[in-house]
Design a protein around this ligand. Structure first.
Ligand code: BGP
Length: 472
């Protein structure tokens, strides 16, 4: 039986906008999503999992089921409703109470400063493309470091790549721009620089905690052994993984990475971003002080050569087999036969988790530790008829998924990767940005209309693993 190290921590992840609800309460400022979702009319971010009011209940459940640490994010616009300037004391107070409740339940909070929820005022100014936003973000981060000394683990930004790509390439995040690879690369570079400035500032403040960044990292494989398919895989890897691993964990961009990025931009007739010496110095300094990298890994990708126009169809409803991803200048996603997928077309491929952990271990030796900050499976689940508060929701697919992925992590640890923490996405069922409420990930089922919590079988499985460190 595979085992995890004795000091390994088991956690559950969330993000403010996906769990808190209460988007108009206690002076919270608007974020980029509020009006966008209302206009779209598909689903509302309220009440989400009503974590703004029910955090203590969720933390009590967490403690009971072996969740030793949780990932939460601070909603920037609860503290600075306009992104900068005026501080909202009720927002500050809420997070103090949340962290107090964590301490009461013996749960360590890992706190993300930006999880896809840019304040609306700064979004209008250009979001991650605006220098004003970057400076405001650094100021907000420093405010949090001083205000919340009870937090010992900080994450600067969640998934800079996903945010940028979805905002300006696939158009699935507001403002919904499509096909602008140049803007995505610029926004990603800017996020890395902002993150580096924050890491450097945190280290100067000598607060004794840890700080890192979280990346979405999908291992990319070629569809076949042909040189064209292999090149398509290299391009996709540069686009989604390699540039960010280089920038945040090596502190410099490898010339080969930059030439792949340039190839994508040239093919799309778009300009290359131009880093300044000062920015590169910040990246280099931060890469030598970062305490950990967070890895979010759910699925892997297979690429084959493609020369046509870009075409992307997002499966946001769980209609299996409807996703399309063909990117001009990169390639086409095509899974080999026999690869299992979820209803949202995400491949289930634990070897991809193992391979990304080993890649960081082998190719980015500056980073001292790896934390798996998100991993899990979205499923269609419902409350059985006649359910009582004791009803346990059966989720065998989740248990099977977790078993395979956590085993892949254990194997990487046995091969030398310094992986210390695992966070399941997600702690409780929550709101999903482009899928609403039907894609459930939680250890705890949330009946959204009543907000009642029910335990899933996977929570029992998780508890056993957390207590014994043996993968059941
Ligand atoms: C990650 C995000 C999370 C979460 C998760 C699942 O990229 O950091 O916020 O949403 O993916 O994705 P989805 O909700 O699209 O299924």
């Amino acid at each position: 039986m595979l085992k995890l190290p004795k000091d390994f921590l088991m956690g559950g992840a969330s993000a403010a906008y996906q769990v808190e609800g209460a988007t108009k309460e206690d002076g919270k400022g608007k974020v980029l999503w509020d009006d966008y979702l209302e206009k779209q009319g598909r689903f509302s971010p309220d009440p989400a999992a009503d974590f703004y009011h029910r955090y203590d209940e969720d933390l009590a459940l967490s403690e009971k089921y072996g969740v030793q640490t949780i990932r939460v994010s601070i909603a920037w616009s609860r503290i600075f409703p306009e992104g900068t300037g005026r501080i909202e004391p009720r927002g500050v107070e809420y997070y103090h109470k949340l962290f107090e409740s964590c301490a009461k339940h013996h749960i360590i909070p890992f706190v993300t400063l930006h999880h896809f929820d840019t304040p609306l005022t700064l979004h209008y100014k250009g979001d991650w493309l605006s220098q004003e936003m970057l400076d405001a973000f650094v100021d907000y981060a420093k405010f949090c470091f001083k205000e919340f000394p009870e937090v010992k683990y900080w994450i600067t930004i969640n998934e800079p790549t996903s945010m940028a790509i979805q905002q300006t390439v696939s158009g699935t995040f507001p403002p919904g721009t499509k096909g602008r690879f140049d803007l995505a690369f610029q926004a990603e570079h800017n996020q890395m620089v902002a993150s580096a400035r924050i890491i450097n500032a945190y280290k100067e403040m000598n607060l004794g905690g840890q700080i890192g960044i979280v990346h979405a990292l999908q291992t990319v494989y070629p569809y076949s052994d042909s040189p064209e398919d292999k090149h398509a895989a290299d391009l996709m890897d540069a686009f989604e993984d390699r540039l960010y691993l280089d920038g945040t964990l090596a502190g410099k961009y490898n010339p080969e990475t930059l030439s792949l990025v340039k190839e994508i931009l040239d093919a799309n007739n778009q300009p290359m971003f131009k880093p300044t010496d000062e920015e590169m110095a910040q990246l280099d300094k931060a890469a030598h002080q970062i305490d950990f990298v967070g890895v979010n890994n759910y699925f892997s990708k297979w690429m084959r050569a493609y020369k046509g126009e870009s075409e992307m169809v997002h499966n946001g409803t769980g209609a299996k087999g409807t996703s399309v991803s063909r990117l001009h200048g990169i390639g086409e996603e095509k899974k080999p036969d026999g690869i299992e997928t979820t209803d949202w077309d995400w491949s289930i491929y634990p070897k991809g988790m193992h391979d990304i952990l080993m890649r960081i271990h082998n190719e980015y030796p500056l980073v001292p530790a790896i934390y798996v900050t998100e991993n899990g499976i979205g499923l269609k689940e419902s409350l059985p008829e006649g359910a009582t508060s004791d009803t346990i929701i059966d989720d065998p697919k989740r248990i099977d998924y977790l078993k395979k992925y956590i085993s892949a992590i254990a194997e990487a640890i046995n091969e030398g990767a310094n992986v210390k923490v695992y966070f399941i996405w997600s702690l409780q069922d929550q709101f999903s940005w482009t899928n609403g409420y039907s894609k459930r990930y939680g250890l705890f089922f949330v009946d959204f209309p009543t907000q009642k919590r029910y335990v899933k079988k996977s929570a029992l499985w998780f508890k056993k693993l957390s207590e014994t460190h043996e993968i059941p």
